[in-house]
Design a protein around this ligand. Structure first.
Ligand SMILES: Nc1nc2c(c(=O)[nH]1)N[C@@H](CN(C=O)c1ccc(C(=O)N[C@@H](CCC(=O)O)C(=O)O)cc1)CN2
Length: 288
């Protein structure tokens, strides 16, 4: 078997076509959406992700606001930048690029974002709305994973999904999203404490690998025909390496590669959140 590719680029391009129309309508009403990014330090990976986000904005007509801060910025200075974006009407949604340098408190930074401008859906108010099933901007990678599976008609209804990784941006919110009634999956959230990872993966109809361990998922761990999404990335001497071994393509029914898969969907969903925030589709705004 050679797996059908879950193509993030094609799906991203389709989403951009829809966003372009919606951004034009907002602009015509004098409400051009603007994405703000706050990047601390000079990590090359984070710089590339932020650059990619602003390139995407240009493609659909969203305005860009970049705030690049030095690696030794203080918590107070970072807080001032976030307050400034909270108050700026040109910024309709923004993100703090993660991870932050160790001396800064990520949770404190996320809590300082106005929930009504939380383009990543990572503010506790919006994560709480996800738990409650209320409308909210959703964390971008989980939203992108669900959109990619839908685009290729991979059914989640009643499916067993094994998620590898319990982080705040992918694993935990993905578990919440997939177990909503609309998705209706059964989720096993695997992590470093999981006793027999291979056994959990072999039972799964869908595997989402986001542990950041090169080639963690090998062909013998995958049920024939399963859908496998590679969300992990490690920078090695051999370049970027995903969590999924290339041989998995011989066993899986569907495979989302890395690069070329979920990462592009993450960026597309960020823009979808920014447009949704500007349109006011996420219900009542959070506390100011
Ligand atoms: N504030 C946030 N920080 C981080 C998030 C996030 O969602 N919000 N996720 C990751 C990084 N990330 C977005 O910020 C991200 C990761 C990967 C890609 C991407 O386009 N991947 C490409 C390959 C890219 C490469 O060559 O390096 C692909 O899959 O084709 C985009 C965004 C951590 N931080």
């Amino acid at each position: 078997m050679t797996a059908t590719r879950l193509d993030g680029k094609t799906t991203r391009d389709e989403i951009f076509d829809d966003l372009r129309t919606r951004v034009a309508a907002l602009a015509a009403a004098g409400r051009t959406p603007g994405l703000g990014t706050v990047l601390v330090g000079e990590d090359p990976g984070s710089q590339a992700y932020v650059r990619g986000k602003h390139n995407d904005c240009a493609k659909v007509g969203i305005a860009s606001l970049r705030r690049d801060l030095p690696a030794d910025v203080t918590a107070a200075q970072l807080g001032e930048t976030l307050d400034e974006l909270n108050a700026d009407p040109a910024c309709t949604g923004y993100i703090v690029q993660l991870p932050l340098p160790r001396h800064l408190d990520e949770v404190a930074a996320l809590e300082r974002i106005d929930p009504a401008k939380d383009a990543d859906g990572l503010h506790p108010v919006n994560l709480g709305r996800l738990v409650l099933g209320e409308p909210a901007p959703l964390p971008c990678t989980p939203r992108g994973i669900v959109a990619l599976l839908r685009r290729y008609d991979v059914s989640l209804d009643g499916a067993r999904v094994a998620v590898v990784g319990r982080g705040t941006t992918v694993g935990r919110p993905l578990g919440l999203l997939l177990t909503r009634r609309s998705e209706n999956a059964t989720v096993v959230l695997c992590h470093t404490g999981t006793r027999d990872l291979a056994a959990e993966l072999r039972r799964a109809d869908v595997i989402v690998a986001g542990a950041g361990v090169p080639h963690l998922v090998t062909a013998d761990m995958v049920a024939p025909g399963a859908a496998v999404l590679d969300v992990g990335v490690s920078r090695t001497d051999d370049g970027l390496v995903g969590d999924v071994h290339p041989d998995v393509a011989q066993v899986a029914g569907f495979l989302s590669p890395n690069p070329g898969g979920v990462g592009l969907m993450t960026r597309a969903m960020l823009l979808a959140n920014v447009v949704g925030l500007a349109e006011g589709v996420f219900g009542r705004p959070g506390p100011q």
